[in-house]
Design a protein around this ligand. Structure first.
Ligand code: ZN
Ligand code: ZN
Ligand code: FE
Length: 749
């Protein structure tokens, strides 16, 4: 007895080889019918024995293709159809209401690499080899449904052989939209800094590899944008890259040929290797291996290195041809967004690079490399971009309305809610840079369209001067202001799929508080609906405004005055900068409870770092300095505690007085971490007990400090409290849009 079912599959099921997979399975089970893509995902009609249909549905859920993320499979009975006994793949239908998620960019698969390495294969040595299981996706998609004409591959007409693969349901490249070969696909170009072609194709790759071996700086167009690359072992080349890029100390990432080569550079445990070799291919931060042949200028003064593996055939071929690890850093000058358009690359990178390795496939969406810290309790995503965005993240509830969340200002991302998920964009950058703001405008238009979301509300930060806040105010939508640290807390809840009230420790550089001061050392009772401040770091004036972020000596002066008076502050901080007396004479300054600024102050005193060349540098160096002291290997000095306006206020004055008297060095750095960590945990335990909460969330950029996280988490754990630490969603402002989206969507559930 034959029956027929209509099966709806949702999730990331387009552009991932789902239809050929259904075709193969249905054919093997002797079922008839069809499969097709539509704007809701994949639609299947299937006819045959009921047991076989049930078996097909089981396989859809249990063994989908590697890149697919199946969210739901729903089958309804429909009347059997007469006639066709075959199973066919229907061409895509564009019914206008797009909402099928787009897959992430995915590293070259093993099958493709084998072809690239096989002299008898027609893709031997071809830099753009890909298939249904790998290759570019998000970065080349202009619109949905995901089909070749909707991508930047539309410019390339497939040759007869590629066409055959593309239309053969039994082929690994069936409907692989970026399918290409040397005869018909994108090709490499090696050009001078002025944009003149020097070589093409294989010759371009060989020329770039030669130049890199010879110590040249080469701009390389990859998947989501341009990198600047040099031989990582060549100290002169690394120094020259720093000089031309105008980048003083900020660490450079490395690209190693394979996991073994990476393991020679950094210490990798099994979990780190799994992240490093995953198809997402992020930069993995791990402790550097002493004696590795890497120029010291790669990451001056830091105990960690960022390492990634090649993620396109081009990168594999290039690194192999050079034969040594490369520095592969963002293709920009200073802190600007990376270049991803060719003319712009020649304009901006021409003056930095000795030559450019380009190609003629356009990048539609710029997408930086993602960054994951390995080690610690679990890998933590610090920058969620290529390979991760725009994969939806499950919400622990169904969004009552479609929300567009515009994020904060630094490390900007945006997000939209869609049903039971939130979709966050790639890393956009710091909105104060005009190209980043343009990318922001592109993203707020592009991301909702890709997901078929028509926003019904816009969520934004409370900071009136953020460009994202101003943008939200201009939209003709209900605007929902979400306090910065509430958004951090909500982001941590989303990360863990949690939907209850927690005590959140939100420690960061700063965020706008509802009282007009700059928060950043907050104890919040928070769930998605509400947020109440129940504790905070003692407030001090932020003298010098934003200059305080770049010049940690300023916060050292402010905190020392608070703890020990003017004379002590002027005497001690005067060694770092003679303007300290003048600074303390200014005022009053906006009050801040920022934990990030307290770390800056301590770093200025202990490390002697008066000026930072990148955000967080002082605090990162302070953590690095402490590393030779085991956890618990230094005393934890208590903070003063007081009650003010219903809040618990933690004052580090005793710790600062101790730093004033201390010698500096690792012992002082470790003492500061222990003191802050234990004071925070003590305050958290008191507040959790007072409010009947059993879970503490650690959120905000300061918790990228692995040492501080570990101290707080251990202390809370010892008190029987559950601790939530960020894993998938960045603890820094890159996660703000996700938290905003969840808060605004929860208001209407
Ligand atoms: Zn492949
Ligand atoms: Zn071809
Ligand atoms: Fe923040």
């Amino acid at each position: 007895m034959e029956s027929r079912r209509r099966v709806r599959v949702t999730g990331t099921v387009q552009g991932v080889g789902f239809r050929p997979f259904v075709y193969r399975e249905a054919t093997a089970l002797s079922l008839s019918g069809y499969v097709r893509n539509d704007s809701a995902g994949v639609l299947i009609e299937v006819q045959g024995r009921p047991d076989d249909i049930a078996e097909l549905c089981r396989r859809l859920v249990e063994s989908p293709p590697p890149l697919a993320r199946v969210e739901s499979v729903e089958a309804v009975v429909v009347p059997p159809a007469a006639g066709d006994a075959r199973f066919v793949i229907d061409a895509s239908v564009d019914d206008g209401a797009a909402n099928a998620p787009v897959s992430v960019d995915t590293a070259t698969c093993e099958d493709c690499l084998r072809e690239v390495d096989d002299p008898r294969d027609r893709r031997y040595g071809y830099a753009f080899t890909n298939c249904t299981n790998c290759g570019p996706r998000f970065t080349i998609v202009r619109s949905v449904p995901y089909d070749r004409p909707a991508t930047t591959m539309a410019a390339f007409r497939m040759c007869a052989e590629c066409e055959r693969e593309y239309h053969d349901p039994g082929d690994r490249r069936f409907h692989a939209q970026p399918n290409a070969c040397p005869a018909c696909g994108p090709r490499l170009l090696f050009v001078s800094p002025g944009g003149d072609e020097l070589a093409a194709g294989d010759g371009a790759l060989a020329a770039a590899a030669d130049a890199l071996r010879g110590g040249s700086i080469i701009a390389i167009k990859g998947l989501g944008g341009y990198h600047l690359a040099v031989d990582a072992g060549n100290g002169w080349a690394v120094a020259e890259l720093r000089r031309r890029k105008q980048r003083d100390d900020k660490p450079f990432a490395l690209m190693a040929g394979d996991a073994a080569a990476a393991a020679a550079l950094v210490e990798l445990d099994d979990e780190a290797v799994a992240v490093l070799t995953s198809p997402r291919r992020p930069i993995v931060l791990a402790p550097r291996r002493p004696g590795a042949t890497v120029a010291s200028g790669v990451a001056p003064g830091l105990p960690e290195r960022g390492v990634m593996l090649p993620y396109t055939a081009m990168h594999h071929l290039l690194v192999r041809s050079v034969g040594r690890p490369l520095v592969v850093t963002s293709g920009n000058r200073s802190d600007e967004p990376i270049a991803h358009e060719d003319d712009d690359a020649v304009d901006r990178l021409g003056p930095i690079a000795d030559a450019l390795l380009m190609h003629d496939r356009a990048i539609h969406i710029r997408c930086d490399d993602s960054i994951v810290r390995a080690g610690g309790a679990a890998p933590q995503v610090l920058r969620r971009s290529r390979g991760y965005a725009p994969e939806p993240i499950a919400l622990p509830f169904t969004a009552g309305r479609a929300v567009l969340a515009v994020g904060a200002e630094l490390k900007s991302t945006i997000a939209v809610t869609k049903g039971t998920t939130v979709v966050a964009s790639h890393h956009i950058g710091d909105l104060e840079h005009l190209p980043a703001y343009r990318a922001f405008l592109q993203a707020v238009e592009h991301l909702p369209r890709l997901y078929g979301v028509v926003p019904e509300a816009v969520a934004h930060d409370l900071h009136p001067e953020y460009l994202s806040t101003k943008f939200a105010a201009e939209l003709d939508l209900p605007a929902i202001g979400v306090q910065h640290h509430h958004a951090h807390a909500a982001a941590c809840l989303v990360d863990h799929g949690r939907d209850g009230r927690v005590l959140a420790l939100a420690f960061d550089g700063h965020g706008y508080g509802p009282d007009g001061t700059l928060w950043g050392g907050e104890f919040l009772l928070a769930d998605f609906e509400a947020c109440e401040r129940v504790g905070h770091l003692a407030p001090v004036p932020l003298l010098g405004g934003s200059a305080a972020v770049r010049e940690p000596w300023r916060m050292a002066a402010v905190w020392l005055r608070h703890a020990a008076g003017d004379a002590a502050a002027i005497d001690r901080v005067g060694r770092l900068d003679r303007r300290v007396g003048a600074l303390l004479g200014t005022g009053p300054g906006t009050a801040t409870t920022s934990m990030g600024r307290l770390f800056d102050a301590a770093a200025a005193l202990v490390v002697g770092r008066a000026r930072a060349s990148y955000e967080g540098q002082a605090a990162i160096e302070l953590e690095a300095l402490a590393r030779t002291v085991p956890l618990g290997g230094a005393p934890a000095l208590p903070f003063e505690e007081r009650r003010e306006g219903g809040c618990l206020v933690l004052d580090p004055a005793p710790v600062l007085r101790a730093l004033l008297a201390a010698e500096g060095g690792p012992a002082a750095a470790a003492m500061f971490h222990e003191s802050v960590g234990h004071a925070a945990a003590r305050g958290a335990a008191t507040l959790a007990a007072a409010h009947g909460v059993g879970t503490v969330a650690l959120t905000g950029g300061v918790f990228q400090n692995a040492r501080l996280s570990a101290i707080v988490a251990r202390a809370l754990d010892a008190q029987g409290l559950e601790v939530l630490v960020h894993r998938r969603v960045p603890p820094n402002d890159g996660g703000i849009s996700i938290g905003q989206a969840a808060v605004a969507a929860a208001q209407a559930r």
